[in-house]
Design a protein around this ligand. Structure first.
Ligand code: SF4
Length: 79
């Protein structure tokens, strides 16, 4: 069992550690992140998760997928 957002239990909570790696795509990209976003699309706490992630990261130091958004997407949207 994996908790991407330890205090929240969203759709990713039932993934194994290995399955959850798609939530942390390498900086050079790849397509694994699409699987993570597809899981987020089914998640009932997506908005809460995005808020959780934004509160714990800062501009230029974003990593991983939260609330269905990749780090570059959050950087572009929230600065
Ligand atoms: S929105 Fe995505 S990363 Fe956040 S808890 Fe849900 S499935 Fe996990």
């Amino acid at each position: 069992m994996y908790f991407h957002t330890p205090s929240l239990k969203g759709a990713c909570a039932e993934l194994t550690q290995e399955e959850s790696e798609v939530f942390f795509p390498p900086p050079e990209g790849g397509s694994g992140w699409k699987k993570a976003v597809a899981i987020c699309d089914t998640c009932e706490i997506r908005e809460k998760c995005l808020e959780w992630g934004l509160q714990r990261e800062s501009k230029g130091d974003r990593y991983g997928i939260f609330g269905g958004l990749t780090a570059p997407q959050r950087e572009k949207r929230y600065g």
